[in-house]
Design a protein around this ligand. Structure first.
Ligand SMILES: NC(=O)c1ccc[n+]([C@@H]2O[C@H](COP(=O)([O-])OP(=O)(O)OC[C@H]3O[C@@H](n4cnc5c(N)ncnc54)[C@H](OP(=O)(O)O)[C@@H]3O)[C@@H](O)[C@H]2O)c1
Length: 309
């Protein structure tokens, strides 16, 4: 397919959120390149998307990949530290990527961040994202920073794995009182925000959140109802709930939820108060996709750390 529109480099087009944004970019006539750690992963876009490796140790090559692009959409981040893949390394790599974009003459950055980032946060994810936002703000490039809470969709991990648990166990261990909230955004709504941001002129910071907020208890109950299961919520001291997820993690070969993720969830960091920027109702989406969610466990470790085949 020939494209006549401007060129956009998006990270992670072969992964989760970046894949949805890439579909939209192609629909809207952009020429697309992507950066990934898995260049040999199955490419659903064929020759419509040119695939390049994250050359963080070769900024000159990174700049060549970005040359001629009008914008960079950056989804790159790590969910939790694993080996050399740490929050600190991700901040440093993002700095290299943004510098390379500047060197290459890119005009605009769309940075996918997180809701409620804070440079003072004790949580590495939220502190690192605040540092990344600062790098983007101080880059001199035009920017849009998007701050999602949880991004739900068929390839999502959190909602899917809650469904996986309730499909298999009659009891669901909830850390604490379960009253803390989640206000997730649908992945296609998120992709829309990412691609619409390319047309933005001003520098903008926007929460990416859907119309519905649920307490954790309500969310687990809703998911269970949709997959046709009755589940008893068992409120546990947080360390015990965490221990439980560690044990399950050993069985499924994954990090189910980190201690820091427990802290972020229970501190209401997956909620914002402003207007919704996504339209899709999680409750409706769950009803429409009840046959698919939670059928298989979604493993973060398998997704990002399995050896390339
Ligand atoms: N998913 C959510 O619910 C959620 C919620 C809030 C914020 N966010 C933010 O939204 C963005 C996209 O999230 P996503 O879940 O859709 O991510 P993703 O597509 O799975 O990954 C995005 C990019 O980061 C790379 N990456 C992911 N984990 C990595 C690791 N451990 N080490 C090295 N590289 C890694 C991926 O590399 P490959 O290309 O090699 O796969 C990909 O290029 C991220 O910035 C995330 O912080 C996501």
């Amino acid at each position: 397919m020939s494209t006549s529109g401007p060129t956009v480099v998006i990270t992670g087009a072969l992964s989760y959120t970046g894949k949805y944004a890439t579909r939209l970019l192609l629909d809207r006539g952009y020429a697309v390149r992507t950066l990934t750690f898995h260049p040999s992963r199955e490419n659903p876009f064929g020759d419509k998307v040119r695939v390049f490796p994250y050359d963080f140790d070769r900024p000159d090559r990174l700049a060549e990949t970005l040359r001629g692009a009008s914008a960079l959409i950056n989804t790159y981040w790590v969910r939790f530290p694993h080996g050399t893949s740490t929050f600190e390394a991700a901040v440093q790599n993002t700095r290299i990527l943004v510098d390379a974009a500047k060197t290459a003459g890119v005009k605009r950055v769309v940075q996918v961040s997180i809701a409620n980032p804070s440079a003072e946060s004790p949580l590495g994810y939220y502190r690192g994202k605040a540092q990344v936002e600062q790098i983007v703000r101080e880059s001199g490039l035009a920017y849009t920073i998007l701050r999602p809470t949880v991004i739900f969709g068929l390839e999502d991990i959190l909602i899917n794995n809650i469904a996986w648990f309730v499909r298999r166990f009659p009891v669901f261990g909830v850390p604490g009182d379960g009253s803390y909230g989640i206000r997730a955004i649908y992945v296609e709504d998120m992709a829309n925000l990412m691609v619409d941001a390319l047309e933005g002129k001003a520098n903008t910071v926007l929460d990416a959140v859907g119309p519905e907020t649920f307490t954790f208890d309500q969310l687990v109950t809703l998911i269970a109802r949709n997959v046709g299961r009755r589940v008893r919520l068992l409120h546990l001291p947080t360390p015990l709930a965490y221990l439980f997820t560690r044990v399950i993690g050993w069985f499924v070969g994954d990090v189910v939820l980190t201690w820091e993720e427990y802290q972020g969830l229970m501190a209401n960091l997956l909620v914002t108060r402003g207007d919704s920027t996504g339209e899709t109702l999680l409750s409706e989406w769950l009803a429409e996709n009840s046959g698919q969610i939670g059928v298989r466990y979604a493993s973060e470790v398998a997704r990002h750390f399995a050896r390339p085949s």
